[in-house]
Design a protein around this ligand. Structure first.
Ligand code: MG
Ligand code: MG
Length: 280
């Protein structure tokens, strides 16, 4: 259990964050392997097998397998699929597809959760713009995950980045979340909002920030499989997510191999996270 809670939000000790970091590295490596393999002709079940092998090989457990009955290790959501796509051997990735991969892992009872979207083969400029806008919005949001800030500062930064990038729909039906001893915890982390609202952020909190952007209308509906969420109007979707810890030194991206240094530098212009912030 966490040492203490503040306003219903679990606050982690350094050793608990270290366990989350271990889980985060497992997730980072599983996602990297999946993204490298997401080429035309590969099935979404192939990607699931890659992630399962990475997680098992690291001695971790997948968060998603069996979660409310979910039947796979990862979610793979292609094109107009927004989230929670179920991997299947018959679902082959095609040239030009936009492939979103979502993965969670557990180490010593502590969770990490992340997602990315990648293009398979030659994607359109429109799709490339969507993917870039979504990733940038994630990093802009995480840059506000600092002590002294408020929760909605993160949401506001995500929204501001997304709206400034173009005419993208921001999905509101699904949001980010607190994370730690469970995958989905308080607080919800919306991708829109006015600044300076909600709980104060303090060191030891961890958030899964996960913008979902759409080319067009962001309204969604659930398919008959009970899991796969698609856009109502068929617009393609992108999804990026990281688990970020609030630390005195700044945001520590637990699911980025380098703790977030390169991402913050490239996508927010913020100074790199000091190496001293990276706990062991
Ligand atoms: Mg996720
Ligand atoms: Mg999540």
């Amino acid at each position: 259990m966490a040492r203490r809670r503040r306003a219903g939000i679990e606050v982690k000790t350094d050793s608990q964050l270290a366990a989350m970091r271990e889980a985060g590295l497992v997730v980072a490596r599983a996602l990297a392997a999946c993204a490298a393999a997401a080429e035309p002709g590969v099935s979404t079940a192939d990607l699931d097998a890659i992630a399962a092998a990475e997680i098992k090989g690291a001695g971790a457990r997948p968060s998603f397998l069996g979660y409310h009955g979910f039947p796979a290790t990862i979610c793979v959501s292609v094109n107009e699929e927004v989230v929670h796509g179920i991997p299947a051997p018959g679902r082959r990735i095609r040239d030009g597809d936009v492939v979103s991969i979502d993965c969670g892992a557990i180490v010593a009872g502590w969770h990490a959760d992340a997602a990315l979207t990648t293009g398979a083969g030659a994607i359109s400029g429109e799709a490339a713009g969507l993917i870039a806008a979504c990733e940038r919005a994630l990093w802009q949001g995480m840059a506000r995950a600092r002590p002294g800030g408020r929760l909605s500062d993160v949401s506001h930064a995500v929204e501001t980045a997304a709206r400034s990038a173009g005419w993208y729909g921001i999905v509101e039906d699904y949001v980010g979340h607190g994370i730690g001893s469970e995958m989905h915890m308080d607080p919800p982390v919306p991708n829109i909002g006015r600044p300076r609202r909600g709980p104060a952020l303090t060191a030891g909190m961890a958030l899964a920030v996960e913008p979902l952007l759409v080319l067009g209308d962001p309204a969604t509906r659930l398919l008959d499989d009970g899991w796969t969420v698609v856009t109502e109007e068929g617009g393609w979707s992108a999804h990026f997510e990281h688990t970020v810890a609030v630390t005195e030194a700044g945001p520590w991206v637990l699911t980025a191999e380098d703790g977030g240094t390169a991402g913050f530098a490239a996508l927010t212009g913020a100074a790199a996270l000091p190496a001293s912030a990276v706990l062991r």
